[in-house]
Design a protein around this ligand. Structure first.
Ligand SMILES: Nc1ncnc2c1ncn2[C@@H]1O[C@H](COP(=O)(O)OP(=O)(O)OP(=O)(O)O)[C@@H](O)[C@H]1O
Length: 693
C-alpha cells in the first residue's frame, strides 16, 4: 500500500516499510527492522539483515505499481548509503563463543586419559601394586594430582579471561563460574578414569581423547545449540544430550555467554545466582546432571579398573564376591590327562614332581610357618581365540619353598615359566589350583601378599622421567620405610647394584643403558626387605662384571627370604640356586639341587676327538676299547663326540689310549669333560619334548 505502512512478521524478524510521501514521481520509504531499536523485554538474536535487499524489494514493488505487474526491475542497483563511522564495540569473547572455551576446558581430558593409559600400558600401575600400593591410596593420589592440575588450569583460565577484560568472565558472577568449573573438572577426571579402563594403548587413547574433545565441542556448537535455540524442541531430549559431559560443558559455557552478551546489550551484569531459576537458563540442570554423573562414573570407573586390569585374586573377589575358604581335596594324581586343541596329552608324572606334590599335600594339612611359598596344583590354560586351540601353559604345578632358599626355574622358551610367575604375582588368574605366600592365598589375598613381595619382572617397568633414586625412594615408601631409614636403604640399594658412584642414581632412567635399568629393577625388587621375591630372568642383558655383581647381591638377599628366579643361564642357576626345577611344556621334569641333578642325569663323561676323516673308524674303535657301551652323540667332518658311562671308564686309561693313538695317526684335538648342567638341561628338555610330540 503506497502512502501507508505495512509490517512483515516472523518469529525473530520484524520488518516495517513506511512509505512516507510516496507518489508517482518519487519513492520515499523508511525500512524498520528489529535492530533499529532495542527490545528490552527479552534477548532476541540479531539476524544479519540485508538492508539493500529490502530496499530493492520495495523499489521493485513500486515499479510494478507504476507500470503494471508485468514490469520487473532486472538489476538490483540500490546500495547501502554511506554512513558516518561509529566506534566498533568489540567483545572478543562473543567472537570466540562457547565452542572455543569448550575446547580449552576439555583439552585437559586427553592429558589425564593418556597418563592413566600410559601407566597401564607400561604396567607401572601393576608394578606399584606389586610393591604394596593399595588401590585406595593409588586412586586418591592420582585423583588429587589431576584435580590439582585441573584446578590450577581453570584458575589461570578465569584469571587470564578476566585480565584481558572478556565479559564472558567479568560479567558473570564468579562464584557461579567457580562452582561450575569445580564440578566439571571433577566429572572430567572421573570420565578419564572411566575411559582409561577401555584402553590399553596410549596411542589409541590419545587419538580417541582428541576426537572426543573436538567432536563434542563441534556437535555442541552445531547440534545442541541449534536444539537449545529451537523453542519447539523437547526439553527432555536436551537433558538427555547433556548427559554427555562435553555437551553439559558446552551448555554451561553457552549460558555464561548468553548472559554476558545480553548483559552487554541491556547494560546489565551477566548471570547471577537468581538467574538459575530463569526458565531459559539451562545452568541449573547442567550442574545437577554433572554432579549425578560424577557420583556414578567414579565408582563405576573404580569397579571397571579392578575387573579389567588387575590380577585374578581381587578380580575374583569383586566379581563373584565369594570368599573362598581353604578346601583341600587331596586329589593325588599320578597320571593326568590334558587336552591341547585336538591333541590329547597323557602325562606321566615323574618321581621328583610326585615327591614335591606329596610334600605340598603334607604342608597344606599341617601348615608350616617356615614355608614361604606353597604352590598347589597351579594350572594355567590360555583359551584360544579366533579358532586357535587352548594352550595349557602350566599343568598342575606343585612346589614348596622354605625361607632362605633360592629356587631356579630353567626351561626352554615357551615352557611356561613366565606364566607361573605371572600367576604368583597376581598378573593373571590361575585357571585352577592355587598358591599360598606365607599362608595367604593368591586368589583372595593378593593385596596383603603385595606388602611382603618384591618383583623383578622380565621387562623393566620404570618411569623414564624419574631417576633411579626416585624409583627406590618411591618403592621404599610403599614398603613403609621412612626418614633416615629410607634414605639409608636407598643409598645401600644403589651401591649394591653399582648405580651410586658418579651420581648415576640421580640421572633420569630414560638415559640409562639396558643393563643399568635391569640392575635398578633388581634393586627395586629387594628394597624394603620383602619376604618373597620373584625374579624373571634378572641377569638378561648384563655384561659379565655386572652379572657377577648382581649374583652377589642375590646371594646376600636370599639369606632371609625365599626367591624364585627364572633363567636361561645354567651358570647363574648353579651359582645362585639351592634347588632347581627343569620346566618343560608346563611342568617340572626334574627337581633337585644342581649337584644332585648332574649326578643323576650326568653319569657319563663326554669324550671329543678331531682327526682327519680317514681315521674316524680308528677313533671309534679306540672309544669302544675304553667303554663298550659308549654312545656317539655328535659327528661332523672328523669331529666326533661320545658319551662314556662313568662306571666303565678310568680317566688314566683315556690318557693312555690317546697317547698310544698319537703314534698311529694324527690327532688334531681331543678332550674329556664331566657333565655340565647344560648337558643335563639339554638331555631333560629334549627327552620331555620328544615324549610330548
Ligand atoms: N596371553 C597368552 N595367550 C595365549 N598363549 C599364551 C599367552 N601367554 C603365553 N602364552 C603361551 O603359553 C606358553 C608359555 O609361555 P610363557 O611366556 O609362560 O613361557 P616362558 O617359559 O616364560 O618363555 P620365555 O623363556 O621365552 O620367557 C607359550 O606357548 C606361550 O605361547
Amino acid at each position: 500500500t503506497i502512502g501507508s505502512s505495512c509490517l512483515v512478521y516472523n518469529m525473530f524478524l520484524f520488518t516495517g516499510y513506511n512509505f512516507l510521501n510516496t507518489n508517482k514521481d518519487s519513492l520515499d520509504i523508511s525500512i524498520w527492522f528489529n535492530s533499529t531499536y532495542s527490545n528490552n523485554t527479552a534477548f532476541t538474536p540479531i539476524a544479519l539483515l540485508r538492508v539493500p535487499r529490502l530496499v530493492n524489494m520495495a523499489s521493485n514493488a513500486y515499479i510494478k505499481f507504476l507500470r503494471g505487474s508485468g514490469v520487473e526491475m532486472l538489476l538490483e542497483y540500490v546500495k547501502d548509503m554511506p554512513k558516518v563511522g561509529t566506534k566498533l564495540k568489540f567483545d572478543l569473547s562473543s567472537l570466540l563463543g562457547a565452542l572455543f572455551f569448550t575446547w580449552i576446558v576439555e583439552l585437559l581430558f586427553p592429558v589425564v586419559l593418556t597418563y592413566l593409559v600410559y601407566e597401564k600400558q607400561q604396567k607401572l600401575k601393576i608394578m606399584m601394586k606389586m610393591h604394596g600400593l593399595k588401590d585406595g591410596p593409588y586412586w586418591m593420589i592420582t585423583y588429587t594430582y589431576f584435580f590439582a592440575l585441573s584446578a590450577v588450569y581453570m584458575i589461570l583460565f578465569i584469571i587470564f579471561g578476566s585480565v584481558i577484560g572478556l565479559r564472558f568472565f567479568t560479567a558473570n558472577n564468579y562464584s557461579i563460574q567457580i562452582v561450575f568449573y569445580f564440578i566439571y573438572i571433577n566429572l572430567q577426571i572421573a570420565l578419564a578414569f572411566f575411559a582409561a579402563s577401555f584402553f590399553s594403548s596410549v596411542k589409541i587413547a590419545t587419538v580417541v581423547g582428541y576426537i572426543y574433545v573436538f567432536g563434542s565441542g563441534l556437535l555442541g556448537a552445531f547440534l545442541l545449540r541449534f536444539f537449545v535455540e529451537d523453542n519447539g524442541f523437547p526439553k527432555g531430549w536436551i537433558v538427555v544430550m547433556e548427559i554427555i559431559p562435553g555437551f553439559s560443558l558446552y551448555r554451561g559455557l553457552y549460558e555464561f555467554g548468553q548472559y554476558a552478551f545480553s548483559g552487554t546489550a541491556m547494560g546489565t551484569s551477566g548471570m547471577e545466582w537468581t538467574n538459575l531459576s530463569d526458565p531459559v537458563n539451562g545452568m541449573r540442570t547442567v550442574l545437577i546432571i554433572m554432579v549425578i554423573e560424577w557420583a556414578i562414573l567414579l565408582p563405576l570407573a573404580f569397579y571397571l579398573d579392578q575387573v579389567s586390569s588387575l590380577g585374578g585374586g581381587l578380580r575374583k573377589r569383586l566379581l563373584i564376591s565369594l570368599k573362598c575358604f581353604k578346601k583341600r581335596a587331596a586329589s593325588f594324581r599320578r597320571y593326568s590327562f590334558g587336552r591341547q586343541g585336538s591333541k590329547v596329552v597323557v602325562e606321566m608324572e615323574n618321581p621328583d614332581t610326585t615327591q614335591e606334590r606329596e610334600v605340598v599335600e603334607q604342608l597344606l594339612l599341617e601348615p608350616s610357618a617356615n614355608h614361604a611359598i606353597i604352590s598347589d596344583n597351579l594350572t594355567k590354560v590360555y583359551h584360544g581365540k579366533d579358532g586357535n586351540p587352548d594352550k595349557l601353559a602350566v599343568r598342575g604345578l606343585s612346589l614348596a619353598l622354605p625361607k632362605g632358599q633360592c629356587f631356579g626355574m630353567l626351561g626352554p622358551n615357551g615352557a611356561g615359566k613366565t606364566s607361573f610367575i605371572s600367576m604368583m604375582i597376581g598378573l593373571i588368574p590361575p585357571t585352577s589350583g592355587t598358591a599360598y605366600v606365607h599362608g595367604m592365598d593368591i586368589r583372595t589375598d593378593m593385596n596383603e601378599i603385595y606388602t611382603n613381595m618384591g618383583v623383578c619382572p622380565q621387562h623393566d617397568l620404570l618411569w623414564e622421567t624419574l631417576t633411579g633414586r626416585e624409583h627406590l625412594l618411591f618403592y621404599g615408601r610403599l614398603k613403609n620405610l621412612k626418614g633416615a631409614e629410607l634414605l639409608k636403604a636407598t643409598d645401600d640399594s644403589l651401591k649394591s647394584v653399582n648405580l651410586f658412584r658418579g651420581g648415576v642414581g640421580d640421572k633420569q632412567v630414560g638415559k640409562y643403558s639396558g643393563g643399568m635399568k635391569r640392575r635398578l629393577s633388581v634393586a627395586i625388587s629387594l628394597i624394603g626387605d620383602p619376604k618373597v621375591v620373584f625374579m624373571d630372568e634378572p641377569s638378561t642383558g648384563l655384561d659379565p662384571a655386572s652379572r657377577n655383581n648382581l649374583w652377589s647381591v642375590v646371594k646376600e638377599a636370599k639369606k632371609n627370604r625365599a626367591i624364585i628366579l627364572t633363567t636361561h643361564s645354567m651358570e647363574e642357576a648353579e651359582v645362585l640356586c639351592d634347588r632347581l626345577g627343569i620346566f618343560v611344556d608346563g611342568g617340572f621334569q626334574c627337581i633337585g639341587n644342581p649337584k644332585e641333578l648332574k649326578a643323576r642325569y650326568g653319569g657319563t663323561y663326554v669324550f671329543t676327538m678331531t682327526t682327519s676323516s680317514e681315521h674316524e673308524q680308528e677313533v671309534e674303535q679306540l672309544v669302544r676299547r675304553l667303554s663298550p657301551n659308549a654312545n656317539r652323540i655328535y659327528h661332523i667332518s672328523g669331529t666326533q663326540k661320545f658319551e662314556l658311562p662313568k662306571q666303565e671308564v678310568k680317566i688314566a686309561d683315556v690318557f693312555n689310549e690317546v697317547e698310544n693313538a698319537k703314534g698311529r695317526f694324527s690327532i688334531h684335538a681331543w678332550g674329556l669333560a664331566d657333565t655340565t648342567l647344560e648337558d643335563v638341561f639339554i638331555k631333560v628338555a629334549k627327552g620331555a619334548q620328544a615324549f610330548n610330540v
